[in-house]
Design a protein around this ligand. Structure first.
Ligand SMILES: [Fe+2]
Ligand SMILES: [Fe+2]
Length: 269
């Protein structure tokens, strides 16, 4: 199976580069399944129904989120009946929505997507490792699922790497989100799980993690908030991870993808 995982899409510039590049990537990479982290889709903060529909129309099959999942409260009006959007998996029992889902890919196979959120340098949550364990046991790779993708939404590289090893041999791909900067450690772990600590964001990189740089600079240098954060408005780079799996659902190949905008470009052959 050929899977593309697209990192956090930041506001309008991020949506624009996804709109420009995803149709071409779907064709050139012959994609069976597309996952997109959408926690920053709406002006950098949260997700609306209208924007989610735009992403689905472009060929996105599943939208994961993260700590910003609830920034647009309207998500509470549709998350219960929109199976394609996942909230973080390790939230307290009774939280609306789901943190994992089983989806049909274009080749007929089934993809389990799990969306844990880290706890290091983040708000306190339930244990993400326990939440992932539950999902992997309920729907094992090669039995319930033909591919398993874990979006580990977290700040600390250590916690994300630990999640990679925790899932090694049991997932097709473990990829990090949330830091908005792509890491250079794409690899296949010893047990056959593809791994990259952070997919990066779809954002204008003349920015501070996707936000217009003046306000973050002011806060770092003076400790005085001057205004609101808003997405940097220049041309964005689409950052993603491409994975090809074998008959067992393990990774044969992982390739970082960076197209458009300022970052050094890389597109798999
Ligand atoms: Fe994010
Ligand atoms: Fe986040």
């Amino acid at each position: 199976m050929r899977i593309l995982f697209i990192g956090d899409v930041i506001g309008r510039p991020g949506r624009a580069v996804v709109g420009e590049e995803l149709p071409r990537l779907r064709e050139t990479l012959d994609l069976d399944f597309v996952i997109l982290n959408g926690e920053n889709l709406a002006g950098g903060f949260g997700i609306t129904r209208k924007i989610a529909e735009e992403m689905f129309a472009l060929g996105v099959d599943c939208i994961t989120t993260g700590n910003h999942w609830l920034d647009q409260r309207e998500i509470l009006t549709f998350i219960a009946d929109e199976d394609r959007i996942l909230r973080p998996a390790n939230l307290p029992a009774g939280t609306p929505g789901r943190g994992a889902g089983l989806f049909q890919a274009r080749n007929g196979g089934h993809v389990l997507v799990v969306a844990p959120m880290g706890r290091v340098f983040m708000e306190p949550q339930d244990n993400p490792f326990a939440a992932v364990e539950r999902e992997l046991v309920a729907c094992p790779l090669g039995e319930g699922a033909d591919a398993v993708v874990v979006d580990m939404h977290g700040e600390a590289t250590s916690e994300k790497m630990a999640m990679g090893h925790f899932c090694d041999g049991r997932a097709s791909l473990v990829v990090g989100t949330h830091s908005h900067v792509p890491t250079a450690d794409a690899q296949i772990l010893p047990g056959g799980t593809a791994y990259q600590t952070d997919a990066g964001a779809c954002a204008d990189y003349d920015s501070v993690i996707g936000m217009e740089k003046h306000e973050p600079l002011q806060r770092f240098t003076t400790k005085m908030p001057g205004g609101r954060f808003s997405p940097a408005a220049g041309p964005a780079t689409l950052c993603a991870v491409f994975v090809e799996t074998n008959a067992k659902g393990l990774a044969e190949r992982i390739e970082p993808v960076r197209v458009g905008g300022r970052l050094k470009q890389t597109v798999p052959d």
